[in-house]
Design a protein around this ligand. Structure first.
Ligand SMILES: Cc1cc2nc3c(=O)[nH]c(=O)nc-3n(C[C@H](O)[C@H](O)[C@H](O)COP(=O)(O)OP(=O)(O)OC[C@H]3O[C@@H](n4cnc5c(N)ncnc54)[C@H](O)[C@@H]3O)c2cc1C
Length: 286
């Protein structure tokens, strides 16, 4: 099979720049290739990834098959009153497409890395907007190779999560379209980008927010700071000075990142009796 790679290095598929090898790494270019593969591998576990901007791959690699969608899953178009896009389309590209067509409410996509599929799976968001606000339908293939269309009203979107099964492969999205002024859209994108650049580090090896904000009076970054973990370093891994919920990897292993995450969970729990939940997905063999 052309798009199946054995012992494939995962580090270039994660923004942290770390990770061992995937036993099998499958990159179907078409939905047919995906469906045919799933029919063959019914016993195998798999994980679908986007750009890996929210993933930490472990150093020992991954026995589960990694699926990363290819060419046909990066298409974008307008049909009737919706945008249809492949789940592998970058969010920034959708935001630019919407700007060109004078479609509003997609401005926030310009500020979040990664693909549209990863955005749905995480119900990603910023500046008060989330994926739940723009998704009309999720088109997907399940582990038994059945094609599904799920209306947004039947999806439970929560804080950086949904109730979609983890082994559902999101293939395409139908997005709501609201017409707006290009001038206003452009202004909003610029304002969002400026705010984001001021508040969060860019050009570092990171996975974005490490922990979700807990149900408490404190945000995750405050607990990291108050517990002193913002000063802790494992190898070349530490929290960013600009935003101390972002981990910065300046050349260490995945284990150092995971150690810092676990150390922080323990310290915050010991000092504040609050258990921080990672927003970052940790994938691979222990
Ligand atoms: C610098 C930086 C800034 C960030 N800022 C934000 C922010 O402002 N707001 C925010 O919400 N997040 C933010 N993030 C986190 C991350 O960018 C988002 O969660 C993003 O939506 C992940 O997209 P991805 O394509 O990289 O997904 P990945 O990281 O590859 O995967 C994330 C999850 O989605 C699943 N997934 C991916 N594609 C599919 C698919 N096709 N079908 C089924 N499941 C799939 C994966 O299995 C995994 O569980 C930031 C990250 C970085 C590095």
């Amino acid at each position: 099979m052309n798009n199946l790679f054995l012992d494939h290095n995962l580090s270039s598929n994660s923004w942290f720049g770390v990770g061992g090898k995937a036993k099998k790494f499958f990159t179907p270019d078409t939905e047919n290739e995906l469906v045919n593969y799933l029919k063959k591998i019914q016993e195998d576990n798999f994980v679908t990834i986007g750009s890996g901007s929210n993933i930490l791959f472990r150093d020992k690699g991954c026995s589960d098959t990694i699926i990363k969608l290819g060419k046909d899953f990066r298409k974008i178009d307008i049909i009737e009153d919706s945008i249809i896009c492949g789940s592998g389309t970058l969010k920034s590209f959708v935001s630019k497409f919407a700007l060109d067509k004078g479609i509003e409410n997609m401005e926030f996509l310009s500020c979040i890395p990664g693909t549209m599929g990863g955005g749905v799976a995480m119900n990603a968001g910023c500046f008060g907007y989330e994926f739940k606000d723009i998704v009309k339908e999720v088109h997907a293939v399940d582990k038994n190779a059945n094609k599904l269309i799920i209306e947004s009203k039947n999806i439970n979107f929560g804080y950086r999560k949904t109730n979609l099964p983890e082994d559902l492969i999101i293939t395409n999205l139908l997005l709501r379209v609201a017409k707006g002024s290009k001038e206003k859209i452009k202004r909003k994108i610029n304002e969002f980008k400026k705010n984001k650049n001021n508040a969060q580090p860019s050009k570092i090896k990171t996975g974005g927010s490490t922990f979700k904000n807990p149900n408490s009076n404190y945000k995750a970054w405050e607990l990291i700071k108050k517990s002193g973990c913002d000063k802790v370093q494992f190898g070349q891994v530490k929290f960013s000075k600009l935003h101390c919920n972002f981990i910065e990897n300046s050349g260490s292993s995945g284990q150092d990142v995971e150690d810092l995450i676990n150390h922080t969970i323990d310290e915050v729990n010991n000092k504040f009796n609050i258990i921080l939940e990672p927003e970052i997905k940790i994938i691979g063999d222990k």
